[in-house]
Write a protein that binds this ligand. Sequence first.
Ligand code: PGA
Length: 259
Amino acid sequence: MPDRTPCVGGNWKMNTRGGAADALAAAVADRMGGIQEVEVVVFPPAVYLERVSGVLEGTNVEVGGQDISPEDDGAFTGQLSGGMLKDAGCNRVLVGHSERRHGLSEPDELLNAKVHAGLAAGLEVMLCIGETLEEREQGRTGEIVTGQVKADLAGVPAASLQQLTIAYEPVWAIGTGRTASPQDAQAVHELVRGTIGDLYDAGAAEAMRVLYGGSVKTENAAELFAQADIDGGLIGGASLDADAFMAIVEAAASTRVTG
Ligand code: PGA
């Protein structure tokens, strides 16, 4: 039986301001109480990483960056390196969120370099993958997500996989209120896990956490997380409300994956 610790991430995107970010982080930490069985991480806007890290110091809520440069230092205006994220108190980073992969046309080659940069910096990388509505309607979901996993993990050694989480986020479900059905999501998660098995081995596939993202809410979280290959969620809109976010965390705790 796999024993994957569920993980729930809150992607705040370009929301909050300093005081609101502090308050949201404090409210999440307060409500964590005795929850031990879920890893919880928030991804605040870059300018608030340091202050949110300060608020969360000593709690069991982790902090991650929403993006990372593939470079360590240099003439890269506006970008942040892994070392800078670590300095700001992060131990995680998102790579390939649809709002960058599709919204800013970041290609797989760049996302692969970002995965490597995050791993090299000692960050836990949450790699986001997912198909567009058009691709789904063309029946290409499997081909697209498998291709993204293979391209974005190219050259990543098996030993680094413990620093990696995958988030499957169908693009048509992000911020739309339209969620993949638990069965449809499960089918893609199983495929993603199988792809890890093909690229590495069965043990790596069993150990890999694959989160679901895309309009996860208090009302649908438990049913999604109850699926055998769904190991938690990456939450956008609902992560901006501490009560809603923590209800989702509790759903992950109570449907803890046991295979
Ligand atoms: P959503 O966003 O929960 O608002 O759909 C999910 C995400 O972008 O990670």
